[in-house]
Design a protein around this ligand. Structure first.
Ligand code: ADP
Length: 237
């Protein structure tokens, strides 16, 4: 049983997020970076570029290529994960790159590439949302011009109830999981995927919940960037 008397196994209400911590600019060697904890997920994102796209055949004459690479380290899951890319990480890298491409002003940097490295250090469901959310903060920290700060969050269905932000067992044993990413100012959808089944009415309810989650996470992203860049008014002695 995943939900009892309206309370989930980890004590959350159906519309509640797991605790989230975001820190911008944690790596000194990368142009931009972000460390994010979202429940049991621990994610590091680093941004390099824009720099000349190599090999040259991947260059686009009119815009920068966004190259997001999602990777789960072997110790991120309970059974050691085989290192290196697999079908799942290639898919997540692709959808993340496409979502970010819609917000970055790529036209300003023709023939270049912007590398976005997403390393999942600990995984507990919802890592693609955590990764994309951290990548957005790392891009902003790198000073890459964007028309909005993208953010992601999932909603889904467990034991017949539509819930926000599925955690470990809820993701494995629940009926549906739907991660979305949006550009929060316009709430334009940048990514939408779904595992499992929901009725149309449940889908609408889940979408509304996921949007609410995105709005909450978006605030935390902005706070993290403000914390990094706020200038303290120092009073002269
Ligand atoms: P997301 O992490 O975005 O929810 P999935 O739904 O594919 O993506 O994965 C759900 C969860 O399953 C992951 O967050 C992780 O905890 C677990 N998982 C994924 N891949 C593996 C793996 N190779 N070994 C063990 N657990 C995994």
């Amino acid at each position: 049983m995943l939900i009892k008397d309206g309370i989930r196994m980890d004590g959350r209400k159906p519309d509640e997020l797991r605790p989230i911590k975001i820190e911008a600019g944690v790596l000194h060697r990368a142009q931009g970076s972000c460390y994010l904890e979202w429940g049991g997920n621990k994610v590091m994102a680093a941004v390099y570029g824009p720099r000349e796209a190599i090999p040259r055949h991947i260059q686009h004459p009119l815009k920068a290529v966004i190259n997001a690479r999602y990777n789960m380290v072997p110790f991120s899951v309970s059974d050691r994960k085989r290192p290196g890319p697999d079908r799942r990480s290639v898919e997540i890298s692709k959808v993340t790159s496409e979502a970010l491409e819609h917000v970055v002003f790529t036209g300003l940097f023709p023939r270049t590439m912007i590398d976005v490295c997403i390393e999942v250090l600990g995984a507990e469901a919802g890592t693609r949302c955590a990764g994309l959310t951290a990548a957005a903060v790392a891009l902003a920290d790198a000073g890459i011009p964007m028309r909005d700060l993208p953010v992601a969050c999932a909603a889904g269905k467990i034991d017949g109830t539509v819930v926000l932000d599925l955690a470990g067992d809820e993701d494995c044993e629940g009926e549906a999981d739907m991660p979305i990413a949006i550009a929060p100012r316009t709430e334009e959808i940048l990514l939408m995927q779904m595992d499992g089944h929901m009725t149309y009415q449940e889908f609408e309810e889940a979408l509304e919940l996921a949007l609410k989650g995105c709005r909450e996470v978006s605030k935390l992203q902005k706070e993290a960037l403000l914390r990094k860049y706020e200038t303290k008014n120092e009073v002269a002695p």
